[in-house]
Design a protein. Structure first.
Ligand code: SF4
Lengths: 363, 91
């Protein structure tokens, strides 16, 4: 397939990794922020062809994983109401809160439907005028514009029985919080490709300028990822800090302005709690002004409480890049994808799930 | 969850009215066809263009010229003339 096969060409991949091998002079720590990158790196076996001195750390880029347990409890509580149909992305359904997951709520009779798109939730609302349809709005910058577009559609079409449970998050404030923690000791950052389509590469320049971090935006095919790592290696060797855009076929400096206008029209920033990172100012979004009634927490006056992580689970530390799954005593023993304890083992993009699936015991 | 793949535009339709007739495209990847919304793209695609699709919406129309340039760059690195390069990626 075009735009896929050419970036998977084995000769190209081998040559790029050889070039990285030549460029690396000292141990280097690079964080891949995005869960889709984590998965792509495993799926294409890139760890095996990268130098040992290159230490890849996974970051907080799995939307399901950063959703705190108190919020999951609140999702389940709303889902349990008889007057509600809950619509959610499939990833969220098995993530446990403190008293079960949405899947458990469904087993107890809650009407919960897995949707591919928020637009599908609007259709469910049209088909079920007597019910309130609540879309669980998780996801980062790539997903937020689609949710904004769906709210706008519901507003224009007067679909009053549709609303969202706001749980979206934006990346830059979370990365800033992470970078303030100097114990992470990062040399470089592989910036998320699809988030950057919307935000533009400029959204990450503060990390280079204020935090002295070498940054490169990467696509998701093997050659894309290797090219970005190579760009990082060159910056690190030169001692320079900037954002290199290595995904120019999709990402521009300013991003997708149309999508961002829609987001600004519908949402306003609020403080938001992240698993592992705590509450981060301005990192969440809720519908504002004439769209405020599309917020189910407002419509049904829902309180979200703060609840501790599952005992023994290191997801919080893993999301910060401080620990690796193999350091969790529950990994692969008490916690597996079929019986997950923490979200990092549930989501396809979760670091623990990736390590389990690809059989990484210790690296 | 953020899986987003490039799909080829077969045809576009709609767009006369954002409320009653929003723009959509029929896209194809490996014989799998889908109808996707175009509300979010900042450049309207035509047949043969590639879109990055996420959860039923196109979030971006790929830039074919940039794609060619980056492939050239990759191949140049692969064929190992490292010194002619100024910088690996643009910024
Ligand atoms: S292995 Fe399970 S318990 Fe351990 S950190 Fe990962 S998700 Fe949490």
């Amino acid at each position: 397939m075009k735009y896929i096969d050419e970036y998977r060409n084995p000769d190209l991949v081998r040559s790029l990794s050889a070039e990285i091998q030549r460029k690396i002079t000292r141990p280097v720590r690079i964080m891949e922020v995005c869960g889709t990158h984590t998965m792509a790196i495993f799926r294409h076996g890139l760890r095996r062809i990268l130098p040992e001195k290159l230490y890849l750390v996974s970051g907080p880029g799995c939307p399901v994983c950063v959703t705190p347990p108190g919020l999951i409890d609140a999702f389940c509580k709303v889902a349990g109401r008889r007057d509600v149909i809950t619509a959610t992305f499939g990833d969220m359904i098995r993530v446990p809160g403190s008293s079960g997951s949405l899947a458990d709520a469904r087993a107890k009779g809650a009407d919960i439907r897995i949707v591919y798109s928020p637009a599908d939730a609007i259709q469910i609302a049209r088909d079920n005028p007597e019910k309130l349809v609540v879309f669980i709005a998780i996801g980062f910058e790539t997903t937020i514009p689609l949710i904004a577009a769906s709210i706008l559609q519901a507003y224009r079409e007067d679909i009053n029985n549709f609303c969202i449970f706001p749980a979206n998050k934006v990346m830059p404030p979370a990365l800033e919080t992470l970078m303030k923690d100097t114990s992470l000791n990062l040399d470089g950052l592989l910036c998320p490709g699809h988030v950057s389509i919307i935000t533009g590469s400029e959204a990450f320049s503060f990390l280079a300028e204020d935090y002295g971090l070498s940054c490169a935006i990467a696509g998701f095919e093997p050659a894309d990822i290797l090219l970005a790592i190579l760009a990082l290696m060159e910056q690190i060797n030169e001692g320079s800090y900037r954002v290199d855009n290595c995904y120019t076929r999709a990402v521009t400096a300013a991003g997708n302005l149309k999508a961002r206008e829609l987001v600004q029209e519908v949402f306003t920033p609020v403080d938001s709690r992240w698993r592992g990172l705590g509450t981060i100012a301005g990192s969440g979004l809720v519908p504002k002004g004439k769209y405020a009634d599309f917020d189910v927490t407002r419509r049904l006056a829902i309180q979200v409480s703060e609840i501790d992580e599952p005992p023994g689970c290191l997801c919080g530390e893993i999301l910060k890049g401080m620990k690796r799954p193999s350091e969790c005593p529950l990994f692969g023993k008490n916690c597996t994808p079929s019986a997950p304890i923490g979200p990092c083992m549930v989501s396809n993009e979760g670091t623990c799930a990736a390590w389990y699936r690809f059989g990484v015991e210790s690296i | 969850m953020c899986l987003a793949i490039p799909m080829k535009v077969i045809e576009t339709s709609g767009g006369t009215d954002s409320l009653t007739d929003p723009p959509v495209a029929i896209v194809d990847a490996d014989g799998i066809r889908r109808k996707v919304r175009l509300d979010l793209v900042d450049r309207m695609p035509g047949p043969g263009d590639y879109l990055i699709i996420h959860a039923g919406f196109a979030v971006n129309c790929l830039d074919a010229r940039e794609a060619e340039r980056s492939l050239e760059l990759m191949n140049e690195i692969a064929s190992s003339v490292p010194h002619v390069r100024h910088r690996t990626c643009s910024n």
